[in-house]
Design a protein around this ligand. Structure first.
Ligand SMILES: NC(=O)c1ccc[n+]([C@@H]2O[C@H](COP(=O)([O-])OP(=O)(O)OC[C@H]3O[C@@H](n4cnc5c(N)ncnc54)[C@H](OP(=O)(O)O)[C@@H]3O)[C@@H](O)[C@H]2O)c1
Length: 191
């Protein structure tokens, strides 16, 4: 992979599914957007939708550390202005932490609603503390994907892709340490 100027580049890990709209939108804003996922066809479809040449597919399984090392192997290491990381599979290494080494300024960690479970209060603070210990100087922002309460307020649904993309874009445009997309309370309504 070629090094890119660090002030205009984003890496979006898992950016071809529900975050596909966000990947395209950022690429049309004149940013160089690198999207990492496994399925080449889906990535190429996104690249075709984006402003010509601004969306760069990185085809890789993020659970395969050797494959990641090959993708990111260049000297000097490319640094991305922002990394937006949506990875919820496990591996024998810490996947978000692996990508964080390539962040120049900001790491935006997208997590599911479980991270806001009131029974595990303090989890987000723990994540933040651990990140800062490993990556001092990099701004760490957590985006929690919540749910949407339906009218009548007795039931809720999961967020649509549009709601998720708009919410993450909103988080990128602000600097809160924790940004909730939708709602996470009352927790008892979680779908
Ligand atoms: N709170 C909420 O409302 C909420 C939260 C989470 C999810 N959802 C919903 O649930 C649906 C399914 O969620 P999802 O988790 O499958 O998200 P998704 O964003 O639709 O797909 C996961 C993304 O990560 C990539 N990916 C997955 N495994 C990978 C791997 N091992 N290596 C590299 N890239 C990988 C996928 O591309 P490849 O498959 O090509 O690798 C894709 O880009 C979403 O579409 C959304 O509608 C809702």
């Amino acid at each position: 992979m070629k090094p890119v100027p660090d002030h205009i580049s984003d890496l979006i890990v898992g950016g071809s599914g529900m975050l596909g709209g966000l990947s395209v939108q950022l690429a049309t804003q004149n940013r160089q957007v690198f999207v990492l996922a496994r399925n080449r066809e889906k990535l190429e479809l996104l690249a075709n939708k984006a402003k010509r040449g601004n969306l760069h597919p990185l085809v890789c399984d993020y659970r395969d550390r050797n494959a990641l090392d090959v993708v990111f192997d260049s000297a000097p290491s490319p640094k991305f202005d922002r990394i937006i990381c949506w990875s919820h599979d496990n591996a024998d290494f810490d996947i978000p932490n692996y990508f964080a080494q390539f962040a120049a300024k900001r790491f935006v960690h997208i997590v599911g609603s479980a991270a806001a479970n009131p029974a595990q209060s303090g989890k987000l603070d723990d994540m933040r503390r651990e990140f800062s210990a490993h990556h001092p100087g990099i701004v760490y922002q957590v985006v929690v994907l919540g749910f949407s309460i339906l009218s009548g307020a007795s039931r809720a649904r999961w967020l649509t892709h549009d709601e998720i993309c708009c919410g993450v874009m909103d988080a990128l445009n602000h600097q809160e340490k924790t940004h909730i997309v939708g709602q996470v309370s009352p927790w008892s309504l979680r779908p």
